[in-house]
Design a protein around this ligand. Structure first.
Ligand code: FES
Length: 194
């Protein structure tokens, strides 16, 4: 009788242990799957809702004057093209409500070796990578200085519902090769940030 009870306890303990190990394995497998599963609602690879234009301009009024807006979720600079080119040309113009075809998103990953491109420098209104000095105009087009072979890569920008800005990071649009420019600012092509 005593032996039977002992066996039954042992068997019970084995089952409890087995169930515990099973639960732990399930939890581990679930956690691994959740980690590996692509997240398509946020981060790179998603269509990111940046915000409504009036709210973006209210949050950063200089965006309407052509200063790039850093969008950390898209690791990009949002560029208000007409205002930005006016700013870099030295004749600032306020454009508070650019259309989708007047917006570009420059990926901050330098096309040379991947360093993060810092903010626009105020001296010449250009971007210059700190790693090896590649320099880009305000539209991210590659100038003479530095080893990168193309301009900054981009993501498509859309506007939905009238003023909701979307950056589509599901596809990388490669920058044009060095020397192909749609905009030239007044500084010499080999001038970098001071
Ligand atoms: S990583 Fe930017 S210039 Fe080399």
């Amino acid at each position: 009788m005593l032996d039977q009870r002992t066996l039954s306890r042992r068997s019970f303990m084995r089952r409890v242990l087995g169930a515990g190990v099973g639960l732990l394995s399930l939890e581990f497998a679930g956690g691994t799957l959740a980690f590996l599963w692509p997240n398509i609602t946020e981060g790179l690879g998603a269509r990111l809702r940046v915000g409504r234009l009036p709210e973006l301009v209210a949050a950063q009024p200089t965006f309407a004057d052509g200063y790039p807006m850093s969008v950390s979720s898209a690791r990009s600079f949002l560029i208000n093209v007409p205002a930005a080119t006016a700013l870099a040309s030295g004749s600032p113009r306020r454009v508070p409500a650019p259309g989708a075809d007047q917006l570009i998103a420059l990926w901050r990953k330098c096309p040379h070796l991947g360093c993060m491109v810092p903010d626009l420098c105020d001296s010449v209104k250009r971007f210059q990578c700190r790693c090896h000095g590649s320099t880009y105009n305000i539209l991210g087009e590659k100038l003479e200085r530095g080893p990168a072979e193309r301009g900054m890569d981009r993501f498509a920008v859309e506007i939905e519902d009238g003023d909701l800005v979307i950056i589509d990071t599901s596809e990388i649009l490669f920058g044009a090769p060095e020397g192909i420019l749609t905009f030239t600012d007044p500084h010499a092509p080999d001038t970098g940030c001071a």
